[in-house]
Design a protein around this ligand. Sequence first.
Ligand code: KG4
Ligand code: ZN
Length: 340
Amino acid sequence: MKLLTIETTCDETAAAVVTDRLEVLSSVVASQDRLHERFGGVVPEIASRAHLERILPVIDEALRRAGIGLADLDAVAVATTPGLAGSLLVGLMAAKTIALVQRIPLVAVNHLQAHIYACRIASGQEVFPCVGLIVSGGHTALYRCLSPVDFQMLGSTIDDAAGEAFDKVASMLGLGYPGGPAVQRAAAIGNPQAYCFPRPFLDDPDRLDFSFSGLKTAVRYQIVGPGKQDFRTVHLEPQQVADLAASFQEAVVDCLVGKSLQALERTGFGTLCVGGGVAANSRLRQRFLEEATERGFRLFLAPLALATDNAVMGAIAIERLKAGLVEPLDIEVAPGPLRA
Ligand code: KG4
Ligand code: ZN
C-alpha cells in the first residue's frame, strides 16, 4: 500500500511517499528559510503564498522520485493541526483534491504526534509506549504516548517554545536566522557557566511545564542592561557572544532534559522519544545520551533530517488508517495546538 503525505504546517512545503511497511519511497522538502531570513522569523502571509507556489511541484517531485503516479496511491495524508492557518489550508486543499479525484481515503495528521513518530520510522523499532518530548519552533511539550493513536499531554510551555527562544536570542546576538543552528555554533567556544540564567519549574517534579519567555528577557537584560530594549548602541565581543549563547543553550537544555526525566519518572515508562527542530541541537543530544546511559532508559532521538519539518513523519497516518481513522472531505484545519 502506498501513501502520499503532505506537510505545510509552518514554513516547509514537504511531501513524501511511504508504504504501509514504513518504507520511505521518496521525501521532498522545500524550505522557505531564505524568504523569512530578513524578518528574523516566519511571516505567515509570505509562508502561505510560498506554499501555494510550491505545493504542486513538491508533490509531483515526490511522486516522480517514488516512481509512481497519482493513480498508484492508496491514501493521502496531510497535517491539519497545529500550525499557521493559511499554511495548513494549502496542504489540506491539495490533499482533499487528490482524495476526491482519486477516490482514496483522506487521513489527518497531528503535526506534533508526527514529530514523535519520526523516531519510530527512523529507528525501525517499536517505541510505544513512551514519553514524547516535542521541541520545535512553535511547540514545546511532553506527552504520555500510549500508542501511535493515543497521546496525552503531560505538560507544555506556558509561553514561548524553545525554538522560538533560540531564534530570538540569535537575533539579539546578531547571529542570523534560523537561530538554533547559529546559537549552537556560537556556543561551541563559549562557557556555559559564564552567566546564570533561569530554569523555571525545574525543581518542581509535579509540574511538567516549561517557560522560556523569562529566559529570553534575562538574556536581553544581560546584553543591554535591566529594563532596557535598545540593542543599537551595544557592542559585544565575540567571546561574550559565545558565552551568552552557551549559557542560554545550557539553561534550555537543563529544562528540557530535567523535565523529560521527571516525565519518565511520573509515567514509569522506560522509553523517551525526542522530536522537533530543536532535537537537532548537538548539546541537547549529548546530554540525553549521557542520561540514557547513566539511567538505563531507551532513547530515540529523531535524526537530523527527520527532526526539522518533513513529510516522512506523516507516515503516522498509516497507524491511523489501520485503526480506521479516516476523515470526511469537509474536515477543516485546526491551527491551535490540540490537547491530544
Ligand atoms: O520542527 P521545526 O522544523 O518547525 C516547527 O514546527 O516549529 O523547528 C524549527 C525550530 C527553529 O526554531 C530552529 O531555530 C530550531 O528548530 N532548531 C534548532 C536547531 N536546529 C533547528 N534549535 C537548536 N539547535 C539546533 N541545532
Ligand atoms: Zn514542526
